[in-house]
Design a protein around this ligand. Structure first.
Ligand code: AMP
Length: 427
């Protein structure tokens, strides 16, 4: 169908050419649903998590609008503002603008904390088309008179749920208060919790609502397993799993920053190269860790939830929940780091005795149980058999998101537990 191409969405030739260069053949569902409304100037509330193609869903129409209505930007001003919760996400959004706008004359600047402000001030001095920023540093620069939001025509609040989780609501409100009343506003969030809807109410005017990939579900191509293990055996279990060559790029989640550091040290003692990424690390250290992970210099990145939020690394074969998250939504965010852009992936969750309630909450949110892998040397049947436990054999009613989802049956590395349950059986 003509509409199912980027040309069919009425995107301009220079944009289609850039997308072709990236190898994008078809718009993703969120792009199909959002782009026509955004080109028509509507406000939009999008329920979509990272990995669905949501960045292009807002960046492409934005590039088109900005390039067809070229204007002189006053010093320190910008025509579009994208607020992101993390520096990493800001960098990625900036990279997307660079990629998709390759054949257009649209410039962008990045503003985030943890690095010197000098280069950012300089980048803003003459004004930019697109400003991608985290809230804290943006407010700092505005307060010092280095940035102005008076000319903003399009405002995007990206990953709004995570913004609120990270306590950015007061900062977001300050930013919103500085925006011109006449503007186009977009809000993206992986969940539509009441606090998000409340925020949206005062922010958007008659918004189009677009939802893909409902938040309480996970994509079919992620093969999930829970492994019951005594806390003291978690590291041995991880080492055992890492013997598998199938794990070529794994994101390992710990609950705390301290836990992440400790795990990396322990792994290094066993000659397993790993890097940690969390909020206490300097921006330079975070970038270096990400780079090592991206280039394959190390196959393990140990992260906390907040740090991992904006990471967009292709080819993550495994997400390993070394600790289960105490917020069930984080589980969905975490496992979504693998199986991105239609690839398949494996999510393995370690569950110690004290984490049983976390697993229960996750399964409640998912409305299904996570299949159990017992076939490993550290299986703790005592934990597995705790009352209120997971059945492991429940029918999985997985959602499809329908694009590029080559649903393959995957087996848990080495232990072949994929034989037990087949994900993605839903039509
Ligand atoms: P996002 O949800 O914006 O983080 O995008 C997830 C990944 O999907 C990124 O690596 C994009 O480069 C990729 N992507 C976005 N749109 C498409 C598309 N239409 N076709 C193929 N890949 C895409």
């Amino acid at each position: 169908m003509e509409q199912h191409t980027f040309h069919g969405l009425k995107l301009a030739e220079p944009i289609c050419k850039a997308l072709q260069g990236e190898g994008y053949e078809h718009p993703t569902p969120i792009q199909l649903a959002a782009i026509p409304h955004l080109l028509a100037g509507r406000d939009l509330i999008g329920c979509a998590r990272t990995g669905t193609g949501k960045t292009a869903a807002f960046a492409l129409p934005m590039l088109q609008q900005l390039s067809t209505t070229q204007k002189k930007i006053p010093p320190r001003g910008a025509r579009a503002l994208i607020l992101t919760p993390t520096r990493e996400l800001a960098v990625q959004v900036g990279e997307s603008f660079r990629t998709y706008g390759r054949y257009l004359r649209i410039d962008h600047a990045l503003v985030f904390g943890g690095v010197g402000q000098g280069p950012q001030v300089k980048a803003l001095r003459r004004g930019v088309d697109v400003l991608v920023a985290t809230p804290g540093r943006l407010l700092d620069l505005i307060n010092q008179g280095h940035a102005s939001l008076a000319q903003i025509e399009i405002f995007v609040l990206d990953e709004a749920d995570r913004m609120l989780d990270m306590g950015f609501l007061p900062d977001i409100k300050k930013v919103i208060a500085m925006l011109p009343a006449k503007r186009q506003t977009l809000l993206f969030s992986a969940t539509m919790a009441p606090a998000i809807l409340k925020l949206a109410e005062g922010l958007l005017v008659d918004p189009v609502k677009v939802a893909v990939d409902p938040p309480a579900s996970t994509l079919t191509q992620i093969d999930e397993r829970v492994l019951f293990v005594d806390e003291g055996n978690k590291r041995a279990l991880l080492s055992e799993l890492l013997k598998s060559e199938e794990i070529t790029r794994a994101l390992v989640f710990t609950r705390t920053k301290h836990g992440a550091n400790r795990l990396v040290k322990q792994l290094e003692k066993s000659d397993i190269a790993a890097r940690a990424i969390h909020g206490n690390k300097s921006q330079t250290a975070r970038m270096a860790a990400l780079q090592d992970f991206r280039t394959g210099r190390c196959r393990l990145l140990v992260a906390t939830d907040v740090a991992a939020r904006g990471i967009d690394v292709d080819g993550i074969t495994h997400v390993i929940n070394y600790d289960l998250p105490n917020e069930p939504e984080s589980y969905v965010h975490r496992i979504g780091r693998t199986a991105r852009a239609g690839a398949s992936g494996i999510a393995l969750s370690f569950c110690g005795g004290s984490e049983r309630p976390f697993l229960r909450d996750i399964e409640r949110l998912l409305k299904r149980s996570v299949p159990v892998c017992k076939d490993h040397p550290f299986h703790a049947s005592g934990i597995a058999n705790t009352r209120g436990g997971t059945s492991g054999g429940a029918k999985i009613t997985a959602q499809r998101n329908g694009w590029g989802a080559h649903r393959r049956q995957r087996t848990c590395p080495r232990y072949g537990c994929g034989r037990r349950g087949r994900l993605g059986a839903a039509k």
